[in-house]
Design a protein around this ligand. Sequence first.
Ligand code: GLU
Length: 317
Amino acid sequence: MTTKARQATALLDRMPSGFTTRFAPAPTGHLHLGHLVNAIWVWGLAAARGGRVLLRIEDHDRGRCRPEFERSILDDLDWLGLVPDAAGTDDFRRGPTPHRQSDNLARYEAVLRELEAEGRAYPCICSRTEIARANAEMGQPDRAGQEQRYPGSCRDRGLGADVTLARRLVVRESNLEEFKDLRLGPQAQDPPSQCGDVLLRDRAGNFTYQFAVVVDDFDQGVNVVIRGEDLLDSTGRQLRIAKLIGRPAPPRFLHHPLVLHPDGSKLSKSAGDTGIGELRSNGASAAELLGRAAGLAGLGHDGLPIHAQDLAGLFAR
Ligand code: GLU
């Protein structure tokens, strides 16, 4: 057994049994091999530990999401044999899968109103340029290419609720969010210094990923989040949001390695050579594509074809 295969097996021992997780693509493009690597981890671990997989279409950003991408994602998943489980009895809404964030707007609105009533959320009129300027004035380094920390400019401005749709969450208390990643081990993050007050809804009225995902994971009973390491930095602030909206026990997290092009760029940035639809129309079979993704997933699989119903075997050998 290779070291990676041994690590995959050891990982299983750390996974709670019978957990609920989710596969949560944003319909801003077609499914590509990077998504499939995530799907290998999600469906493989769930199958190996008697877990459940919910499908959630993360279409919170109405400007970037397209129904044709959603249709294409659902069609590719179906073709691959990656079948989500039905929603369970512990769900906030027992609706059919897929869950769709655009169906949940009233719920996000209600949670936001509650936070505002408690004085935990406030209107914000700052543009990106203003945030960068305020940070520069405060001697904060410009973190090129990285998310800017919000310096709290609007927190005490006393803006009326009708001035803008944008809302931020107060994350003032600087105590570390500590969690034990199921793969990476102990982590500690400090949202106030990482990002400052988190944007919950933007000026166009879109609820943000950070907010919507936490409300959904809570409502839908998701207790294990399995996703790529590119989202590791978001976890501390999501734990903070979860606490503030009243989630009694936080979910567990597993961040898996990202698959990159040889030049280090993310696969999603150039889906041309990795789009499932194109690979399908070039004659690849579902098992071949799952095998290729399993080979890329860092689990010690040799890349040979594998069927969706056999994914548990990647972890339990
Ligand atoms: N919708 C996110 C994405 O497509 C995934 C979010 C998550 O797993 O928390 O990257």
